[in-house]
Design a protein around this ligand. Structure first.
Ligand code: COA
Length: 153
């Protein structure tokens, strides 16, 4: 149940778990390394959150803020915790930290049905398409949602 899950800012102590949940959640060519996650944690413009339950890391998210635009860079939920609205919760909690920005942007692979459904449910709309962004035949859908979100006020 997501209500037994604690969401907080990630620290360097979460690094191994972040790399592990990423490996489990993404195909090899799209995985972020331990160093990439370390860079996320070190970057001043990032909000990196982790969701933990008694079994360990259940999910993670990283967003970046540049001026009035927020980029949703990564969201991943452990298989055992999926379809319990944790992905939705992580997006809400991360965006809450930058809620005075104007918009949230993201890129998602055109065939990632779960993520496309999640973002559509959160109110994102497709605004562009980047052919072959993730490799040959693997296009990116660029999505945007304008802030503020009523759910965050
Ligand atoms: C995408 C991901 C983060 C979703 O996490 P989640 O916690 O399972 O999502 P939620 O439970 O918050 O889903 C909220 C809504 O999104 C939609 N959704 C989520 N996963 C879905 C799926 N597999 N199929 C269809 N709809 C889905 C549903 O509308 C769902 O609401 P519902 O369960 O009441 O129908 C998760 O599947 C994941 O980690 N995938 C691998 C990493 C990834 O692709 N990240 C996104 C990269 S852009």
């Amino acid at each position: 149940m997501t209500d037994t899950i604690t969401v907080r800012r990630a620290t360097i102590d979460d690094l191994d778990d972040l790399a592990a949940i990423d490996r489990a959640g993404f195909e090899e060519r799209e995985q972020w390394s331990r160093q990439a996650w370390a860079d996320e944690l070190a970057a001043a413009d990032r909000v990196v959150l982790v969701a933990r339950d008694t079994e360990g890391l259940a999910g993670a998210i990283s967003i970046a803020r540049q001026f009035d635009t927020v980029d949703l860079l990564r969201v991943v939920v452990a298989q055992r915790s999926r379809r319990r609205r944790l992905g939705e919760r992580l997006v809400h909690e991360a965006v809450w930290h930058v809620r005075d920005a104007d918009r949230v942007l993201l890129e998602v692979r055109h065939d990632n049905a779960a993520a496309l459904m999640l973002y559509a449910r959160l109110g994102f709309r497709a605004i562009d398409r980047r052919p072959d962004y993730y490799g040959p035949g693997l296009h990116a859908v660029v999505m945007q949602s304008d802030l503020p979100w009523e759910a965050l006020s």
